[in-house]
Design a protein around this ligand. Structure first.
Ligand code: BLA
Length: 231
């Protein structure tokens, strides 16, 4: 599932001259012992992005996940792109979280780099939810306009592809339109990126799933060496 999102993203990556990087075999594709769960990962680097990772988890009817994070180069203060999309087949529930994840919560920064999200979400009422449960702090690395949908099959079939396309398109425009930093220098950007990884590694509810499917040892390595490497 989510092949179409992955295709859209791979095509965009080609357009921005992204280069696929080698990753270790056990992260490229890994199966649970019972073969019910398969995780696949891709890693890219582009002139404006020091790291762009993609994860797809195929758990058949039970769970499907598409997750991607883009880290701009340290010279560039724009938000980190964060996407977490989950489909739970048994309950037919969709959870999507799409955000231009701000490095700081300064109002001018948020307006400049994140406010396009509001324009996008206003076109899709089912995605116009900003309320989070208490897993993450909504004021830390999330924008006021984070696009959240707790939806169903119709949201998955009708809107998700369009909204993902727009979300990606607008994010890449930020990168072309604003080349000068106004709020942070490279050193500050770097430390924000590392703090983001540390914070996310601490909070990400994915590790429970991964441990259950793929075991403690693989999960610890995966989180530290692929998802949130802080480098
Ligand atoms: C929530 N993400 C979740 C949940 C799970 C995952 C199990 C809780 C589901 C629930 O509340 O019903 C699972 N996260 C994963 C998996 C991966 C993962 C399998 O990263 C695989 C790599 N999460 C991110 C990124 C963002 C993010 C980049 O990894 C930013 C957009 C957001 N995930 C996010 C948020 C929630 C969540 C905000 C909670 C939603 C809420 O509070 O309502």
């Amino acid at each position: 599932m989510f092949e179409s999102l992955n295709d859209v993203l791979h095509n965009k990556l080609k357009k921005i001259n992204a280069k696929r990087l080698h990753i270790s075999e056990e992260f490229e594709e890994f199966k649970s012992k019972d073969k019910k769960y398969t995780i696949k990962n891709w890693l890219f680097e582009a002139p404006s992005f020091r790291k762009w990772r993609i994860t797809q988890l195929d758990g058949g009817e039970k769970i499907q996940v598409f997750n991607t994070v883009a880290y701009p180069i340290f010279k560039c203060e724009q938000p980190i792109l964060g996407v977490d999309i989950l489909w739970f087949g048994n309950s037919q529930k969709l959870l999507t979280v799409l955000d231009y994840q701000p490095l700081i919560q300064d109002n001018d920064y948020l307006q400049k780099y994140c406010s396009k999200l509001n324009v996008i979400k206003n076109q899709y009422s089912e995605f116009n939810n900003t309320k989070m449960k208490r897993i993450y702090d909504s004021n830390k690395y999330f924008s006021p306009w984070v696009i959240i949908c707790r939806g169903n099959k119709s949201n998955l079939d009708d809107d998700l592809n369009n909204i993902f396309y727009l979300f990606l398109e607008e994010y890449l425009k930020i990168n072309t339109f604003f080349s000068e930093n106004q709020f942070l220098n490279s050193k500050e950007i770097q430390s924000k990126h590392f703090e983001y990884d540390q914070y996310s590694a601490d909070k990400d509810p994915a590790d429970k799933l991964f441990k259950k499917f793929f075991g403690e040892e693989w999960t610890a390595k995966f989180i530290r060496n692929f998802l949130f490497t802080a480098n």
